[in-house]
Design a protein around this ligand. Structure first.
Ligand SMILES: Cc1cc2nc3c(=O)[nH]c(=O)nc-3n(C[C@H](O)[C@H](O)[C@H](O)COP(=O)(O)OP(=O)(O)OC[C@H]3O[C@@H](n4cnc5c(N)ncnc54)[C@H](O)[C@@H]3O)c2cc1C
Length: 384
């Protein structure tokens, strides 16, 4: 499989729909006039942690001002009212432009869609505009020191009190928590109810007393995530999403999970394609190491395109998204390994950093082992 196979396949699919042309032209024009001049000469992967964060904030803002913030969000919530195919068109173009990683991806892909689906009118009115205009940054508080792969075992407890809850416990590995304003947090709300029926989701305000956030230093030297310590923190009942003790259902709802995985892979594709382009720069085009990796990038793009098309047609994408996660995480690790082994002097430091950074791709968002279990168990239905 090579890029022209992928392009041929897309030419025969919904991607060739003439209705998409005005949007494609608009995206092309915007990248030409606004985004590319702003991104030109910026080697994002080589920047310091502080500068990367500033770049990501600026990129989120640029996207929003350009009208591409909530491409697939409904118009009633100030989105563009378009679909996953338009998201694909925008983010594959962003990949070509070597755009930075989206900063408010938890707000846009998790908290926002969940609030739209099950939030109250006042939650929608309060939170959605601030996610879309990037004035509030969100993080996701699921993992705890004693609860990672087994998400249902969270022990951070939200004790009912007058008007809401008092929350006590600890979260860990919370990406961007030290910069975030709100946390989409899974908490336990019952001592007595059975497993999976004793959890709730809080849209917790992180800027309040009783919360201590300690950044964790990673192997790269930067701190992408933090620990959150909660000591008798008040959360009003109006900040609970959905019904009490229905948090597990919300956290595992197939519709959210699938579209989130698809969009997450699309955002990651931007980074994988940038890394592949850098590798092209370091290696000669005839290099035997380069070709298989470039082909795998093309296959990844194809895989995402198929999922996006199925999503747009309302089909289930559970199986395809389960494998997608394994495909992009291994590919990005393999590209960074090839980069470390073959770096040109210009990119030596960037590859070293990226090699360390990509160790996390097989852990974050659920480990590869767990993912393989899910594929074996729920998709292939193999006997235990
Ligand atoms: C960069 C990064 C960002 C992250 N961001 C967030 C975030 O924003 N919010 C958040 O809530 N969490 C976040 N996480 C945490 C991540 O979701 C967890 O690390 C992951 O779910 C694994 O949990 P754990 O670390 O507790 O490992 P454990 O669950 O303790 O697993 C340890 C090892 O045992 C294996 N294992 C466990 N159970 C099984 C099983 N049943 N079968 C086979 N093998 C098994 C695992 O695969 C793993 O190799 C992040 C992690 C990273 C690395």
């Amino acid at each position: 499989v090579n890029s022209s196979d992928v392009n041929r396949t897309q030419a025969a699919s919904s991607f060739a729909d003439p209705c998409l042309e005005p949007f494609r032209d608009e995206v092309e024009q915007w990248f030409h006039d606004v985004a590319e001049p702003a991104l030109a000469g910026n080697d994002y992967a080589g920047l310091s942690e502080v500068d990367q964060l500033a770049e990501r904030r600026a990129w989120d803002k640029m996207i929003t001002e350009g009208g591409f913030g909530g491409i697939a969000w409904p118009r009633e919530h100030s989105g563009r009212g378009l679909g996953p195919i338009e998201e694909y068109i925008f983010y594959t173009r962003a990949a070509q432009a070597h755009a930075p990683d989206l900063l408010n991806f938890i707000g846009l892909d998790l908290a926002g869609p969940a609030i739209m689906a099950v939030g109250t009118e006042s939650q929608r009115a309060e939170f959605l505009p601030r996610i879309l205009d990037c004035s509030e940054l969100w993080c996701e508080g699921f993992s705890e020191p004693g609860s990672g792969s087994d998400m249902a075992s969270v022990s951070t407890f939200a004790e009912p009190c007058d008007g809401g809850y008092r929350v006590t416990g600890q979260k860990i590995w919370t990406s961007l928590a030290q910069h975030a304003d709100r946390c989409y947090m899974l908490v336990r709300t019952s001592h007595d109810l059975p497993r999976h029926h004793n959890l709730s989701v809080l849209l917790l305000d992180l800027r309040q007393q009783g919360i201590e956030i300690r950044p964790i230093r990673q192997i790269t030297g930067s701190s992408e995530f933090s620990e959150i310590f909660l000591d008798d923190v008040f959360a009003p009942e109006t900040d609970r999403l959905g019904d009490e003790n229905e948090g597990w259902h919300l956290a595992t709802l197939a519709g959210f999970r699938d579209s989130r995985r698809a969009f997450d892979s699309l955002r990651r594709f931007v980074q994988v394609e940038s890394a592949a382009d850098r590798l092209r720069h370091c290696l000669s085009s005839g290099s035997h190491e380069l070709q298989p990796l470039v082909q795998r990038v093309a296959v990844l793009r194809w895989h995402i395109a198929r999922i996006v098309e199925s999503l747009a047609q309302g089909h289930s994408v559970t199986g395809a998204t389960a494998t997608l996660r394994l495909v992009w995480s291994r590919l990005w690790q393999d590209i960074s390994e090839a980069g470390v082994n073959s770096a040109c002097s210009q990119h030596e430091a960037v590859w070293r950093l990226e090699y360390l950074q990509t160790r996390m791709t097989s852990i974050a968002g659920g480990t590869e082992q767990i993912q393989r279990n899910i594929i074996a168990d729920r998709i292939l239905e193999l006997p235990r």
